[in-house]
Design a protein around this ligand. Structure first.
Ligand SMILES: [Zn+2]
Ligand SMILES: [Zn+2]
Length: 273
C-alpha cells in the first residue's frame, strides 16, 4: 500500500515539477513507468539498466547519447574492440606490455557527451550529478564484481592542493554511498571504502598528450602508501572517474602491489576509446 502511495506521489510530483536535464538543461518529465535497477537486472541487462538510470537525470533526447562499454573488450585494459563480434581477449598493447592491475572495466564510453557531464561535475560544481553518476558506476560494480571478491575499494587520490581547490575528490564522491548499498544486498560481499591508504604526494601533469616516457616520469613516485598493513593480502578495487591512458591507475596498482596487495582491479565511470 505504502509503495503504491509513494509511486502515486512520484507521478504527481513529476507531472507538476519537471526535472532539468543535467546535460542540456532543458526541462523534462520523469518517465512514470520507471523500472528499478535490481541486481538481477544489472547482471542480465546492464545496457538497459544504464538507460533507466540515466533517464532519471537527463532528458529523453540525451539518454540515448550515453554509450555503455560492452564486450568484446580487452580482458586486461578494457578497451572496446572496433569489431563488435567475438569474445573478450587481450589487446596488442597489453600483450606487449602487461598492466600491473588485473582487470580494468568502465561503465560508459568517454565521448563528448560524457565529457560535458564529468567536466560539469568536476569543475563547474554540478555536484548534483554525483548521485546519478554514482548509481551508474555502482551498477557497473555490481555487474563486474560477482566474479571475484573485493576487500577494499580505494578512490584514486588527488594531490592535497588540488583537493583544497576543488573541495572534493570526484572519485571518492562516486563511491561515497557504496557501503550502505552493499549492506542492503544479499549477494554482494561487504568491503571497506578507504580513502586514506593511498596518497598522491605531488602534483602531476594531465597524462593525455604526453608520450610514454613523459608519462612514466610524470608519475614516478607520485603515489605513496600510507598504511601498507591495510592493503596486505587484500583484493583491491581502484576507482577513478575516467580511464584515459591508464597510466595513473597502473602506477597506483604498482604501489599497492609492492605494498603487499594480492590483486588490484580498476573500475572507472568512463573509458576513453
Ligand atoms: Zn538533455
Ligand atoms: Zn588491453
Amino acid at each position: 500500500m505504502h509503495r503504491h502511495l509513494s509511486r502515486f506521489t512520484n507521478i504527481l510530483k513529476s507531472a507538476f515539477f519537471p526535472n532539468r536535464c543535467m546535460v542540456c538543461r532543458c526541462l523534462f518529465y520523469l518517465p512514470c513507468n520507471r523500472s528499478t535497477c535490481s541486481e538481477e537486472r544489472v547482471q542480465n541487462d546492464l545496457h538497459g539498466a544504464f538507460l533507466d538510470l540515466t533517464a532519471q537525470f537527463v532528458c529523453h533526447s540525451c539518454t540515448p547519447r550515453f554509450t555503455p562499454v560492452e564486450s568484446p573488450v580487452c580482458e586486461m585494459c578494457g578497451i572496446m574492440f572496433q569489431s563488435r563480434e567475438g569474445e573478450d581477449h587481450l589487446c596488442g598493447e597489453c600483450r606487449k606490455t602487461p598492466k600491473k592491475f588485473t582487470r580494468a572495466r568502465a561503465a560508459v564510453v568517454y565521448d563528448d557527451f560524457l565529457r560535458t557531464a564529468i567536466l560539469g561535475f568536476k569543475y563547474r560544481g554540478k555536484t548534483g550529478l554525483a548521485k546519478p553518476l554514482e548509481n551508474i558506476l555502482f551498477a557497473a560494480f555490481v555487474h563486474y564484481s560477482y566474479e571475484n571478491k573485493i576487500d577494499l575499494v580505494i578512490p584514486v587520490p588527488l594531490y592535497i592542493k588540488r583537493f583544497r581547490q576543488r573541495g572534493f575528490n570526484q572519485s571518492f564522491l562516486l563511491i561515497y554511498n557504496w557501503m550502505g548499498k552493499v549492506s542492503n544486498s544479499d549477494h554482494l560481499n561487504p568491503f571497506q571504502v578507504c580513502h586514506r591508504v593511498l596518497e598522491r604526494c605531488r602534483q602531476t601533469k594531465p597524462q593525455a598528450g604526453l608520450d610514454r616516457k613523459e608519462r612514466a616520469s610524470n608519475l614516478k613516485n607520485a603515489f605513496t602508501l600510507r598504511n601498507p598493513s591495510a592493503v596486505f593480502e587484500k583484493n583491491i578495487l581502484l576507482v577513478d572517474d575516467v580511464y584515459t591512458t591508464g597510466s595513473t591507475v597502473n602506477e597506483c596498482a604498482d604501489v599497492l602491489l609492492q605494498g603487499g596487495a594480492k590483486r588490484v582491479d580498476v573500475l572507472t565511470l568512463a573509458r576513453a576509446m
